[in-house]
Design a protein around this ligand. Structure first.
Ligand code: SF4
Ligand code: SF4
Length: 274
């Protein structure tokens, strides 16, 4: 995905860019210290400062990886840098109470959706029309793959906002209903219940697991299928603006860089932070 919703992301001033050595663009040394002092202790300024530091760390690690192991990048690769959020939660059993709340809310919403006349004549949607409602995150297939793998490196921080509702509101449920004209209200509810996992990330969306979202894409909410956080949006822009076909991606919480990987269409190779 972009798997989910609320933006726990790093602010937009930390734009990914085509990878370049540490000596370029960003102020260093005394000038950087002076700028940081001028920013004072405002929380937003402090967060920007932390984000800038994390980005510098990602750039430095990428530079070291390239220097120590030129094979870290393949021939013809155009690497960009990206900084995205990091989910650092532990997993736990999906609490029975959360499951109950989710299903009871979903039942109410399905009741409301099924109480209206379908907007279409309930003809099954074609694969093409479903795809049109669920566009890939980039027109370029390789960039879309890299963005998807980046979400895997993040482990779905935005899904934490899915809580006990998974963003399944009337618009999404109406679409799902139209995609499954053969299913009645009870059948759809049963289907959503069947996909609930035994374990999920503590305090996160009911469907958020270590393997990603437990729901098939077509059953996810519209927002889940379309959402790109700030960091991923910047990574997308960077990939598209320089025809990038690979990325060094750092996943960070609001304080620390937690994970890093070099990602291309063939997969994500984790980079040790030790
Ligand atoms: S990187 Fe992907 S999974 Fe992580 S917060 Fe951004 S959109 Fe969500
Ligand atoms: S349903 Fe939940 S886990 Fe799945 S993409 Fe949406 S927020 Fe994430």
């Amino acid at each position: 995905m972009a798997t989910g919703a609320a933006d726990a992301h790093l602010p937009s001033d930390v734009a990914p860019a085509q990878f370049r050595p540490m000596s370029s663009a960003r102020p260093h040394g005394a000038r950087a210290v002076e700028q940081r002092r001028a920013l004072g202790h405002h929380p937003i300024a402090a967060q920007r400062e932390r984000n800038a530091r994390i980005r510098e760390q990602v750039e430095a690690i990428a530079q070291t990886a390239i220097t120590q192991s030129p094979s870290a990048t393949s021939e013809g690769a155009v690497d960009v840098i990206g900084v995205i959020p990091a989910n650092t939660r532990e997993t736990t059993r999906l609490p029975a109470a959360t499951r109950r709340i989710f299903l009871s809310r979903l039942a109410e919403r399905l009741r409301a959706v099924f109480s209206t006349v379908p907007t279409s004549d309930a003809a099954a949607m074609t694969a093409q029309s479903i795809a049109a409602m669920d566009p890939p995150p980039s027109d370029r297939a390789d960039a879309a793959t890299i963005l998807g793998l980046s979400c895997g490196t993040c482990r779905g921080e935005c899904c934490t906002a899915g809580g006990d509702h998974a963003f399944l509101r009337a618009d999404s449920l109406t679409r799902v209903r139209e995609q499954h004209p053969e299913a009645n209200e009870g059948a759809l509810l049963a289907s959503y219940a069947a996909y609930l996992p035994t374990r999920h990330y503590r305090g996160s969306c009911v469907y958020h697991t270590t393997a990603g979202c437990a729901l098939p894409r077509a059953m996810r909410s519209n927002i889940c299928n379309r959402y790109l956080c700030g960091g991923l949006t910047q990574l997308k822009r960077a990939l598209e603006s320089v025809e990038g076909n690979a990325a060094f991606v750092g996943a960070a919480d609001s304080v620390h860089l937690r994970r890093m990987a070099r990602i291309d269409v063939h997969g994500a190779k984790p980079i040790s932070l030790k």
